[in-house]
Design a protein around this ligand. Structure first.
Ligand SMILES: [Zn+2]
Length: 239
């Protein structure tokens, strides 16, 4: 991204919170390009114990594929660490669901920040259109207090905050990285996407909006009518 390439402080250590999804993988790619081999970015992945097992397994495979592709075919380099937590503070809660909401950001911040140097930068591929938007304020507060407690001055940058999903998807496509990113929250065991989770929906909504915006008004109205008719049919069938 233009902002990254122009303004990045190359004297600092740059970390990326990397899931293996479209946003964080593109962010990592951009940082590799911007920083080069001498001060490569450090990708930190967190395997949350309450997430879908297939998702965790698939993301891990995609991250390995992504790293191999960048290193072997594009001469782009980064350092990669994976972390996890095996304890649950609240023993009474269901380990699968007891940590929802703020859980993932809390857990990965508590893991990432202590191992980062004093004035490092943590890049986070959050888009304003993501569900995470409502948590950004709390997230920033957490970083402030963790920094205070640890006497550190770690800066967090939301590089993609004002970038739209379709912009990310177009760039992933242009870079031929589609087969190296994973985004579904509950894929099947053999890696097929579910098509209806949050990330699947936002992925396809972006593509549909993009397709609609390039159509003539008449065409758009026609498609909307077709969708409406389909809903009526579904309602009749369900009732
Ligand atoms: Zn899905």
């Amino acid at each position: 991204m233009i902002r990254l390439l122009n303004t990045i402080d190359k004297s600092k250590k740059h970390f990326v919170a990397w899931s293996g999804g479209c946003d964080s993988s593109l962010l990592l790619y951009d940082l590799c390009e911007a920083l080069g081999k001498d001060n490569p970015p450090i990708a930190l992945s967190y395997e949350a114990f309450f997430l879908d097992e297939n998702k965790v397994k698939l993301e891990k495979e995609y991250r390995a594929k992504f790293k191999k592709e960048l290193e072997e075919n594009r001469d782009l380099h980064f350092i990669y660490h994976t972390m996890t937590t095996s304890i649950s503070i609240d023993q009474d809660s269901d380990p699968k669901w007891g940590w929802q909401g703020l859980a993932q950001p809390v857990l990965f911040l508590l893991q990432f920040l202590p191992i980062m140097p004093n004035d490092a930068v943590l890049h986070f591929g959050y888009l304003k259109s993501d569900d995470f938007g409502v948590l950004k304020h709390e997230f920033n507060k957490m970083i402030y207090y963790i920094n205070k407690i640890m006497n550190k001055n770690i800066n967090i940058i939301f590089d993609f905050e004002f970038i739209t999903k379709i912009h990310i998807l177009r760039k992933i496509d242009k870079l031929n990285l589609n087969s190296f990113v994973s985004f579904c929250e509950s894929p099947s065991e053999d890696g097929k996407i579910c098509g209806c989770c949050g990330p699947c929906t936002s992925h396809y909504t972006a593509i549909i909006y993009d397709a609609l915006s390039s159509m003539a008004v008449d065409e758009r109205i026609n498609i909307i009518h077709q969708i409406k008719n389909k809903e009526e049919i579904i309602n009749v069938v369900n009732n």
